[in-house]
Design a protein around this ligand. Structure first.
Ligand code: ADP
Length: 894
């Protein structure tokens, strides 16, 4: 097998890929590449998961550790079959937020934080560098296999320069096709198609080697199974811990590897492609792993002892003189390596330029969002980053000198990128996740990974001294890199995986619970978690009208290119119903523009650039206050309505009460009238009767005189009744004329007693008085007050039923008021009647016995009210007791 033929084939293959990519790009530019955006191409592009590590390494892995290599396929299979709804959510978010990389996803989710963008970028670059070195190494090794077998042609170059050539060639290819444009969503149709071609080549190559081994070297499947049973591979002990751990690890990696995220989310053209990939990709993985064990078993049997099992795929056909097959296998391995490196370089370069170069550049030249040529800067940053990433990979390869076991390096990388998983899953399922929590978890996980796995992988005394491994740093035993917290004897990989993820997730959860998300984080969190809800285009709080549309257009042109930006603005203007190409800078338009720019330069950078022009970067506290005060206003308004409601209810009740009172008053008035007519009729009847008798004549003088006396008495009673009624009505209407003057209380009582003595003069009445206390001058209407006193005294004379009637009049004055109590020793008034006696026509005792009309106490009450005082019944005094209270000095009529 001539070596120069190999180089020629290699170059021809690369030229083919170039042509595919180039043709597709041209077709895509002409808009006729739709068929290339098929579910099949999408699924094949996912095959970058199978790198040279899987292509060559799986066989080596199987030769060393039996079926354990299957875990690397099992994890992704589980994710695609069982978790494809998670992938769908990622893809939906990626499209809606125009996510350009996994760092952009995390940054965008946590309030477009550039800090998180930087952290994820650093993790991704550090974890991917050894992986890229691994690819360079595999290509170099496979070259070497041919070189040592070569008998004629050019002398093969040494290892180092092969790696350099490969790295440089890949950088060139990636730069050419990976940084052609900055269009939205960073999709690279040409490269994706070329990678799909490579996916087919590596599958065909591996299947071809497998078929050759099973049917060419062995005698078919039955023979192979017998050979497997006889080989040490079937003796390998299955370690459950490692199986579970590695399956989980590869499941995490398939979602968090930057290159996987690139093809899975960023390059996804249609969400429905996932449905196909969910079964087709596991099928692809199954085919890739189908012949791994047979090749390993046959290789172990046929190849000389000490041959590197990592290269069986290549050396086995070569040793059997199958030059063509070996060439195919070589191209398969070459495809695996190059497709991985190309996509990884694009993904990493996007992250580095969007999250590190651009922010630094924006910070250094704050005014340049409008003035500088952003497009050129971004593209330059991408190209330099691609070259940088490959240079790093080469440097790692050169420094590490190419270690023997490929698989170990790949797994170390996996654990590194798996650190992104908690922040990613938390970000899309948990609204409470915060930027601080994510930063804390990521940093801690990354630190543990570096300390417990990555740095030790350089070997003892390379970075970490052997003493630290044995005794821990500064002799602290529980900090030994491979026995953290005293957990000893664990597989170093699982140990690091366990501690890094546990500490990472714990710090993430605790940090999120303890800290408070910023307004923008809340907005983004809601948009991510509820991405499937109808309208989740979250408001970003851009102040409308602040930005000049011209400035926005200039900036958009610098990033998107003249034509695309102009057409974007024109269509927006048309949508607003405006002529020309400048739309109003509404909040909605600015949001749309930001999303569009985010598709090119990442969410954080786009946000920063827009805020340079619009002036406001986030939802400010004032915005929230405005929303809150709006809510408060509405609340206040409703409270006021409620209060009015209460008021109305109260008014209605008052009206109802007034109405009831009026009805009652009307009833009372009717009763009053009938009472009066009754009271008037009684004396009138007797007057009429006796006067009629007298008119008949023929009566002795004595009888006439008696009848005339009755008529006279009844007339007096009538007059008194009418006087009382008149008096009452005057008092009730408040039309009383009061004659205020200073009078002696004692003298007033004397007057009242004298006047009342006409009532039942037949009874001897004892009056008890306290003359000392009575000696007080009152400013009041003396006649009216005496009227009250007369009434009370004569009532006592009338109604006191004691055998030896006694009336005690006691006086007290205090704080400007005087009380006069009239207490007799009769049987008093029953409890339930006490309030009643002050009502008009209230008569408790037999009317005939003591002929009052029941108006006396009613008049007393009115008089006292006019004098600014009160009259009340005093219960529990042994007999009837009335208390009159009035002010010492009445200033004016009440
Ligand atoms: P009248 O014109 O019948 O005296 P009043 O309003 O003065 O009307 O009295 C109302 C009722 O209160 C009387 O009919 C009587 O039954 C009761 N009353 C008033 N004073 C006394 C008293 N000192 N002892 C017992 N009952 C009394």
């Amino acid at each position: 097998m001539p070596f120069n033929l190999l180089v020629l084939a290699c170059v021809a293959y690369v030229i083919l890929l170039f042509m595919v990519a180039f043709a597709v790009e041209r077709r895509a530019a002409a808009g006729s590449a739709r068929w290339l955006r098929s579910p099949l191409v999408y699924t094949l592009s996912l095959s970058i998961y199978c790198t040279a590590w899987t292509f060559y390494g799986a066989v080596g892995y199987a030769a060393r550790s039996g079926l354990e290599f299957l875990t690397i396929y099992l994890g992704p299979t589980l994710v695609f079959i069982g978790w494809w709804w998670v992938l769908r959510k990622l893809v939906r978010i990626g499209r809606q937020q125009r996510v350009t990389s996994i760092a952009d996803l995390i940054s965008s989710r946590y309030g477009k934080s550039n800090l998180l963008g930087v952290i994820v970028t650093v993790i991704a670059v550090v974890a991917a560098t050894p992986y890229i070195a691994l690819q360079l190494q595999s290509v170099t090794l496979s070259f070497e296999v041919f070189a040592t077998a070569a008998t004629e042609g050019w002398a093969p170059p040494d290892q180092g320069s092969t790696a350099i050539w490969v790295a440089a060639g890949l950088a060139l290819f990636t730069i050419l096709f990976g940084t052609r444009n900055l269009d939205a969503n960073e999709q690279h149709t040409g490269i994706v198609t070329a990678i799909a071609v490579e996916a087919v080549v590596k599958l065909v190559a591996l299947l071809a080697v497998g078929i050759f081994v099973v049917w060419g070297l062995a005698a078919g499947p039955a023979d192979i199974i017998a050979r497997i049973n006889a080989s040490p591979i079937s003796d390998w002990q299955l370690q459950p811990g490692r199986w579970v751990g590695l399956t989980l690890l590869s499941a995490a990696a398939v979602m968090t590897l930057p290159r996987m995220f690139q093809v899975l989310v960023v390059e996804n053209a249609d969400e429905r492609h996932l449905a196909t990939a969910s079964w087709a990709f596991p099928l692809y993985l199954m085919l890739m792993s189908l012949f791994v064990v047979p090749i390993a078993v046959v290789g172990l049997q046929l190849m000389p002892a000490g041959a590197n099992p990592d290269l069986f795929v290549l050396t086995l056909p070569l040793s059997q003189g199958q030059g063509g097959l070996a060439m195919l296998a070589f191209l398969g391995g070459f495809s695996s390596a190059t497709s991985m490196v190309i996509v990884a370089a694009i993904a990493l370069a996007t992250m580095v330029s969007n999250h590190i170069v651009m922010p630094v550049w924006l910070r250094l030249r704050p005014a340049s969002a409008v003035s500088g040529d952003v497009r050129r800067i971004v593209l330059m940053a991408r190209r330099l980053s691609i070259a940088g990433v490959l240079a790093l990979g080469y440097a790692y390869y050169a420094v590490s000198g190419g270690s023997a076991a490929l698989a170990a390096i790949g797994l170390i990388s996996f654990v590194g990128v798996a650190q992104i998983l908690p922040a990613m899953l938390g970000g899309i399922f948990w609204r409470g996740a915060t930027k601080a929590g994510a930063a804390l978890g990521l940093t801690l996980g990354f630190a543990v990974w570096s300390y417990a796995l990555f740095l030790p992988s350089f070997g003892p005394d390379a970075v970490i001294s052997a003493r630290v491994f044995a005794e821990g740093p500064w002799g602290i035993g529980w900090l030994r890199p491979q026995a953290l917290f005293g957990v000893q004897g664990m597989d170093p990989l699982l140990h690091a995986l366990f501690w890094s993820l546990v500490l990472n997730a714990t710090a993430f959860a605790l940090g999120s619970i303890v800290t408070f998300p910023s307004p923008l984080e809340r907005v983004q969190g809601a948009a991510f978690v509820n991405v499937f809800d109808a309208d989740t285009t979250a408001p970003q709080g851009w102040a409308p009208g602040r930005a000049e549309p011209e400035a926005l257009l200039v900036m958009a042109q610098r990033i998107l290119g003249e034509e695309p930006a102009l057409s974007l603005f024109e269509s927006a203007a048309r949508a607003q119903g405006k002529a020309g190409y400048l739309p109003d800078p509404t909040a909605q338009f600015i949001e749309g523009l930001e999303l569009r720019l985010a598709g090119s330069v990442g969410a954080a950078t786009a946000h920063a650039m827009i805020s340079q022009l619009v002036g406001r970067a986030t939802v400010t506290v004032e915005d929230l206050m405005a929303v809150a005060s709006e809510a408060a206003q509405i609340k206040e308004y409703s409270t006021r309505l409620e209060a009015q409601q209460v008021e109305v209810t109260r008014t209605a009740r008052a009206l109802r009460e007034a109405n009831e009172k009026l009805t009652k008053l009307s009833v009372q008035k009717d009763a009053f009238l009938s009472q009066i007519s009754h009271e008037l009729r009684t004396p009138m009847t007797s007057i009429r009767a006796f006067s009629e008798i007298m008119m008949e004549g023929d009566m002795p003088q004595s009888v006439t005189a008696k009848h005339a006396g009755i008529i006279h008495d009844e007339a007096i009673r009538l007059t008194r009744l009418l006087d009382d009624l008149l008096d009452l009505s005057v008092l009730e209407n408040g039309a009383v004329q009061l004659n205020l003057d200073l009078s002696n209380l004692s003298e007033m009582l004397d007057r009242a007693l004298r006047a009342a003595s006409h009532t039942r003069p037949d009874r001897t009445f004892t009056i008890e008085r306290d003359l000392l206390a009575e000696a007080v001058f009152l400013r009041t209407d003396a006649d009216r007050l005496v009227q009250v006193f007369i009434n009370l005294i004569s009532n006592a004379r009338k109604y006191c039923d004691a055998a030896q009637p006694v009336l005690r009049i006691s006086v007290r004055h205090k704080a400007g008021r005087v009380t006069v109590d009239f207490i007799d020793n009769g049987s008093g008034i029953a409890n339930d009647s006490q309030a009643l006696v002050f009502e008009k026509f209230a008569r408790l005792t037999d009317q005939n016995r003591a002929g009052g009309a029941g108006l006396g106490l009613a008049i007393c009450r009115e008089v006292m009210a006019n004098l600014g005082g009160t009259i009340a019944y005093l219960p529990g005094q042994g007999g009837a007791a009335f208390r009159v209270t009035l002010p010492l000095r009445l200033e004016k009529a009440a």
